[in-house]
Write a new protein. Structure first.
Length: 280
């Protein structure tokens, strides 16, 4: 399957910056790979990502539930396409540049990835979930090579159907109910949570800071002055002390999703010191 025919490939956003934004455009480094656009965002972009409270009205299901086999078959088809996309190699290179053999990651926790069977049957939401899973797998695979050890992953997502959970378990992952995963983050954890609600970030970072973090960074919340940010002290601490792998935005059709900062401590000693400062 060619990149242009790929169900995961997306056209670049049709809007173009005006001449008044030329200076901002020059500041951004962009790379387009089969419809993917990686950019260093302007500060104003952060504000659109943050949300402090979850929606209160669940969507009504428009069709029957999918089976685990349907999800598995779709996963293998789309994953093959994703692995041939330049984005896959870009993610692996990012990890190679961010971690070394002393990286203390021994487990991964994934929060809020979304369902593979959205209630409205929408393709865009489902595709974002698959791509986030593929990106997580690429990160874990590269870390396993670097550390020469197996990294188990635990998923927590209230939108999961039984088929979602069965599918993920068939891949060797663990699926748990909230808050078992969000309260299990340790200094050896890769915490993976893109665009989570603020209370979930606060819960996940309450006791320990992770060894590596992929999620909405501190700058998103720091720019929202109407909110109290005391419960997000962990994000601020990571922003100030973790070496950052940079922020990336990937175009998905009409939307953009953020795979923000990948950050780590290089030694367990530093992690222990940071846990102490964080109030362990």
């Amino acid at each position: 399957m060619s990149g242009s025919d790929s169900p995961l490939a997306s056209k670049p956003h049709p809007s173009q910056p005006s001449s008044s934004n030329s200076q901002d455009q020059q500041k951004r480094s962009q790379q387009k790979d089969q419809g993917w656009s990686f950019v260093k965002p302007r500060k104003g972009c952060y504000h659109k990502c943050a949300s402090s409270t979850p929606p209160t009205i669940p969507q009504a299901r428009s069709g029957p539930l999918r089976s685990a086999k349907d999800i598995t078959d779709e996963y293998h088809r789309l994953r093959q396409d994703f692995c041939s996309n330049p984005c896959h190699q870009s993610i692996k290179k990012l990890i190679t540049g961010s971690a070394d053999s002393s990286c203390p990651v021994t487990e991964a926790i994934c929060l809020g990835i979304g369902t593979f069977d959205p209630a409205d049957g929408g393709w865009e939401a489902k595709r974002r979930t698959y791509i986030q899973l593929f990106a997580l797998e690429a990160i874990i695979e590269e870390l396993e090579i670097i550390t020469n050890s197996k990294i188990k992953c635990t998923f927590q997502e209230p939108l999961f159907t039984e088929a979602d959970a069965t599918f993920l378990r068939s891949l060797g992952h663990r699926v748990v109910e909230a808050p078992l995963a969000s309260e299990a983050v340790t200094s050896d954890t890769l915490l993976y949570g893109i665009h989570l609600y603020r209370n979930l970030y606060a819960e996940a970072l309450r006791s320990h800071l992770p060894a590596m973090f992929v999620g909405t960074g501190w700058a998103t919340w720091d720019g929202i002055t109407v909110l109290s940010i005391e419960d997000l002290h962990g994000l601020r601490t990571m922003d100030e002390t973790y070496p950052s792998g940079g922020v990336q935005y990937a175009s998905l059709g009409k939307h953009k999703w953020c795979a923000p900062s990948i950050a780590k401590y290089s030694t367990s000693h530093e992690l222990h010191n940071q846990d102490t400062q964080h109030g362990k």
